[in-house]
Design a protein around this ligand. Structure first.
Ligand code: SF4
Length: 379
């Protein structure tokens, strides 16, 4: 019987030539799709286990999805990009990190953990985009597993998405390189980075390093891609005052206008010892972020328990601009130009000229796998 490895080894194509090169005459290659920059011997995969060297060529995942779903864009979370719109998310398998608290471990750790079973489903870019449009999505997002390691497939879908007038985004751990960000730049409008810690030792526990993530954040901002940052606050892991102060001062140093979402941890996968994050923990982190100078700080995952920290306020006069409960928008007051109606300050973000209403107030049916299968089988 074919293993997952066998199946995935067939769903590949050669990597984009800007994302790897041959190192030596022993056919070793170096991959630039993520900050690991793996040197990969012939016949071996990289750290992510989904990009591999065969005969001096780097092969990368292609032609499948391991999950797709249409959700409010606030769930990604993007709070300053097209509020109320639907974001169609898709993911593949594998990750370059191995976080013990991963909430998407069934797909991200599929090639490392035999308990992670998520069969790949054959797909093609045009069919995915048709499905997204049919469901009313305005934004297409590569997410669930780490999208940088499957950049070529994401770009093929984003090409089709652009032809259909959609906006494209990545939800990523931010472990990038200049090469992969240059490759993605023409296609990506929105980028969420999961800044997991501000301690290199913690990042090494997760299988990465801090510096490439910081470099990616700086580079994304300099490129003009809309950027929001999320930190999952884990008691005893990344929630010390000193670490949060350094983290938020760094983000503020890149730009005080970058939204920072501090979200609540709940026990998941292999991390079952810390207590779940409490509302007061989030409030403490928010206070540190504000003291650092960040203008838009949000507390997430605990709807209704964090006061007005789910809402967007004007960074200049404090006027309430977008009122939320969880993913639901309860009030929207930005002007068509994305300004505060009270003081006319320009609010950082990507705004529609017209707010089309709260998407979840309309009938919203999460897509079923069977529906996608039907769409694909019509081809
Ligand atoms: S994507 Fe990252 S982990 Fe995977 S082969 Fe390339 S450099 Fe290595």
């Amino acid at each position: 019987m074919a293993t997952l490895r066998d199946i995935l080894d067939e769903r590949v194509r050669e990597a984009d030539r800007s994302l790897y090169h041959v190192i030596d005459d022993r056919k070793r290659v170096r991959c630039y799709a993520c900050g690991h920059r793996c040197p990969i011997p012939d016949g071996q995969p990289g750290v992510c286990k989904v990009r591999f060297n065969r005969g001096g060529k780097l092969y990368v995942p292609w032609g499948y999805v391991a999950g797709e779903q249409c959700d409010p864009i606030e769930k990604k979370p993007f709070f300053h990009a097209y509020p109320g719109s639907l974001a169609y998310s898709f993911g593949m398998l594998g990750c370059d990190l191995h976080c013990s608290y991963c909430q998407n471990w069934v797909t991200s750790q599929a090639l490392r953990d035999p308990n992670a079973i998520s069969p790949p489903l054959k797909a093609d870019p045009e069919a995915l985009v048709r499905d997204a449009v049919a469901q009313g999505a305005r934004v297409l997002v590569s997410t669930y597993n780490e999208p940088l390691i499957t950049s070529e497939w994401a770009v093929s879908i984003f090409r089709a998405a652009k032809n259909a007038g959609l906006i494209a985004g990545l939800v990523s751990n931010g472990n990038g390189t200049p090469q992969v960000l240059d490759y993605l730049r023409p296609w990506v409008d929105l980028y969420k980075v999961d800044l997991k810690s501000f301690d290199d030792h913690h990042y090494r526990q997760l299988g990465g390093r801090l510096q490439p993530i910081l470099d990616t954040i700086r580079r994304l901002h300099a490129m003009g891609i809309w950027l929001e940052i999320v930190t999952l606050l884990i008691p005893g892991f990344n929630d010390s005052e000193d670490e949060l102060r350094r983290l938020t001062e760094f983000v503020c140093g890149v730009s005080p206008d970058i939204p920072w979402h501090v979200t609540a941890f709940h026990q998941d996968y292999r991390m079952t010892s810390p207590e779940d994050t409490r509302p007061e923990d989030l409030l403490r982190a928010v206070a540190i972020g504000r003291e650092a100078g960040l203008r838009h700080v949000y507390a997430g995952n605990l709807p209704g328990q964090v006061g007005n920290l789910e809402d967007t306020h004007c960074g200049q006069c404090g006027e309430l601009l977008i009122q939320r409960y969880g993913y639901r928008i309860q009030g929207y007051r930005l002007t068509p130009d994305g300004n505060c109606p009270a003081c006319q300050a320009s609010i950082p973000g990507r705004w529609s000229r017209q707010f089309d209403g709260q998407i979840t107030a309309r009938p919203f049916l999460p897509p079923r796998k069977a529906q996608l299968v039907r769409i694909l089988s019509r081809r």
